[in-house]
Design a protein around this ligand. Structure first.
Ligand SMILES: Nc1ncnc2c1ncn2[C@@H]1O[C@H](COP(=O)(O)OP(=O)(O)OP(=O)(O)O)[C@@H](O)[C@H]1O
Ligand SMILES: [Mg+2]
Length: 268
C-alpha cells in the first residue's frame, strides 16, 4: 500500500505549499484517478509517490518504506513505476524489445530473465510481434504502450501515470485506458493523473486536488454528483455531462454515470 500522511510540499524556502495537508492511501488492485486544474499539484504528487521528491512535512510510505530514507530509494523506484505524458521522452533504444530490456538490464538481471520479462511486458500492452520495430515508426498510442511495457518489465506493484493519454488520438487513448484496466485486474495499484473527466469512468476512486489540497476523494458516482462544484475546483464540466445534469434537473432519469451521448440516449 502507498500511504501518504499529512504531507506538505514546497519547492523552495520561502515558498508556498504546492501540496498541503494531503492524506491518502492507494491500494493494489485499484485505479485512483487524480483530477485538478493546471498547477494544482498533480505532477508534484506523482513525484512524491516514488521518492523523486521528498515531503517538506508528513510522510510517504510504500509498503511501509519511507521515501525519506536513502536506503529505501532503489526499492521504492522499483515498486512504483512512472509513466509520463510524452512517450518520446521515455523511449531510450532504437528497437522496441531493446527499449523494454533497458530497465531490467540496468537492474543487472540475467539474460534469460530479461527475455521473459520483455516478452511478458510486450504481451501485456499488446505489442507482441513488434519486437524488432523501430520505436519512431510506432503510432503515438503504440509508443505510450511501449513506455508502459518498459515500466512493467521492472515488475512494479504500483504505476503512476501522469497524463499518459494527453498526447494521443482517441484510439490511442482507448488502448491505454484498456491496458490500465487490465493492469488493475492483475493486481497493480494505479494512480492515473488525467484532465479528461471521462477517464474517471473506469476508476475506483477519484481524488481532486485544488491548490495542493484534496478537495474531494471518493467513488466516481459521488464525484459526478458534485457537478456544481466542478467549476470551483477548476475543472471543466464535460459538455455531455452538463447536458445530462440539465436533463436531471428537469426530472429526466439520466444516471450520473452517463457521460457519453450513447449512454444518455439509452437512458431516455
Ligand atoms: N520544479 C519546480 N520548481 C518550482 N515550482 C514548481 C516546480 N514544478 C512545479 N512547480 C509549481 O508547483 C505548482 C504545482 O505544479 P504541478 O506541476 O505539480 O501541477 P499540475 O497539477 O501537474 O499542473 P498541470 O496540469 O499543468 O500538469 C505550480 O504552481 C507550479 O508552477
Ligand atoms: Mg502536471
Amino acid at each position: 500500500m502507498i500511504r501518504v500522511t499529512e504531507v506538505d510540499f514546497r519547492y523552495s524556502v520561502p515558498g508556498r505549499n504546492v501540496i498541503s495537508g494531503l492524506t491518502l492511501n492507494i491500494h493494489r488492485g485499484e485505479i485512483l484517478a487524480v483530477l485538478g486544474a493546471n498547477g494544482s499539484g498533480k505532477s508534484t504528487l506523482a513525484l512524491l509517490l516514488n521518492g523523486i521528491l521528498r515531503p517538506t512535512a508528513g510522510r510517504v510510505e510504500i509498503d511501509g518504506l519511507l521515501t525519506t530514507e536513502a536506503a529505501n530509494v532503489s526499492r521504492i523506484r522499483s515498486l512504483v513505476g512512472m509513466v509520463l505524458q510524452s512517450p518520446d521522452d521515455q523511449i531510450v533504444a532504437t528497437v522496441v524489445e531493446e527499449d523494454v530490456a533497458f530497465g531490467p538490464e540496468n537492474l543487472g538481471l540475467e539474460p534469460d530473465e530479461i527475455r521473459v520479462r520483455v516478452d511478458a511486458a510486450l504481451n501485456a500492452v499488446g505489442l507482441t510481434g513488434l519486437e524488432r520495430r523501430e520505436p519512431h515508426l510506432l503510432s503515438g498510442g503504440q509508443k505510450q504502450r511501449l513506455a508502459i511495457a518498459g515500466i512493467l518489465a521492472l515488475q512494479p506493484a504500483f504505476l503512476v501515470l501522469d497524463e499518459p493519454t494527453s498526447m494521443l488520438d482517441p484510439s490511442g487513448r482507448r488502448d491505454v485506458l484498456g491496458i490500465v484496466e487490465e493492469l488493475r485486474g492483475q493486481g497493480h495499484g494505479i494512480v492515473h493523473i488525467t484532465h479528461h473527466i471521462e477517464d474517471i469512468a473506469t476508476a475506483d476512486r477519484v481524488l481532486v486536488l485544488a491548490e495542493g489540497a484534496a478537495v474531494f476523494c471518493g467513488p466516481p458516482v459521488e464525484f459526478l454528483q458534485q457537478n456544481r462544484l466542478l467549476e470551483s475546483w477548476g475543472l471543466a464540466v464535460p459538455a455531455v455531462g452538463s447536458l445530462a445534469a440539465r436533463l436531471r434537473d428537469r426530472g429526466v432519469p439520466v444516471p450520473v454515470t452517463a457521460m457519453t451521448a450513447e449512454t444518455i440516449v439509452s437512458a431516455l
